[in-house]
Design a protein around this ligand. Structure first.
Ligand code: MN
Length: 283
């Protein structure tokens, strides 16, 4: 299943270049003023909702993907987590390139753990972002993201995939500078997620998800998640040791080698045979 959110909190199932509008299923959700939980209400109920959504999709109104505004497939997650230098080839380039390391020692992920990005930086595929004023350099980082499906606290890696709702493509946009990561990676629009949350049953091999990043049609990054230094289950174990992961929480699993700066007018695309196509325009 490829679950997407579009046009101000409408719910759809992505099917090729069409969306089946299953928003009517949202009527079954409880109406809270202030939700008691951090959880994304759709993702938290996904195991129960999936059969309903699939049966509704058969007769649901169909919209052209190109005619809607996609939002991130997760609404307002409690945490967007990032994994720093989690591919060996990116570790090598980060250690060798002063523009990347900015004079800092690049520590392995096992030493420094993960970081957080502001929830307000989250946007969907197809959006346009403004480069923040006064920043020397902003880079793309193409990544695969994992989305948590149920509360996870002190989970062992061997059990971790049972806590996964699905996967999506992501861009972890990043200012290269002296600032702390939590500022450099949290500008408006700097967390792009989509086009849809793809459930594990729709992925050929969740331990080896291939993906590629193009800037204006030229390939700049190409990898698969079997090359991660810390795998998805290991990241869930690491993060859930420190804090509870809630349904809808996003872990961006890290970027491979080939990061580079963006310029106004650039069109960035991250593609995967399993996860679809995520785009971002920079102005
Ligand atoms: Mn990253």
């Amino acid at each position: 299943m490829r679950l997407c959110r579009f046009n101000s909190d409408q719910l759809g199932l992505l099917d090729g270049d069409q969306i089946a509008d299953v928003s009517a299923a949202l009527d079954t959700l409880p109406a809270h003023r202030w939700s008691a939980a951090f959880a994304d209400p759709v993702i938290a109920r996904l195991p129960k909702l999936m059969s309903t959504l699939e049966s509704r999709a058969a007769s649901a109104p169909r919209l052209a993907l190109g005619a809607v505004t996609l939002e991130a497939p997760v609404a307002r997650p409690s945490k967007i987590i990032g994994a720093p230098v989690n591919y060996h080839a990116h570790l090598d380039e980060a250690q060798q390139d002063r523009d990347l390391h900015q004079g800092r020692t690049v520590h392995p992920i096992d030493e420094i753990g993960c970081f957080l990005k502001a929830g307000s930086s989250l946007i969907g595929s197809g959006a346009t972002i403004d480069l923040p004023a006064g920043m020397d350099r902003v880079d793309y980082e193409g990544e695969v993201a994992v989305i948590i499906g149920r509360p996870a606290k002190a989970v062992q890696a061997a059990d971790a995939l049972a806590y996964v709702a699905g996967f999506a493509l992501a861009l972890d946009m990043t200012v290269r500078g002296k600032q702390d990561r939590s500022m450099r990676k949290s500008c408006d629009g700097f967390s792009v997620l989509g086009p849809a949350l793809v459930t594990p049953d729709a992925i050929a091999d969740t331990a080896a998800i291939p993906f590629e990043l193009q800037v204006n049609g030229a390939v700049r990054q190409s990898a698969d998640t079997s090359l991660l230094i810390r795998s998805v289950p290991e990241l869930i174990e690491m993060c859930s040791t420190f804090y509870t992961l809630h349904p809808g929480d996003v872990i961006m699993t890290g970027t491979p080698a080939g990061v580079g700066p963006v310029q106004p007018g650039d069109e960035i695309a991250v593609t995967s045979p399993d996860l679809g196509r995520l785009t971002l325009r920079v102005q």
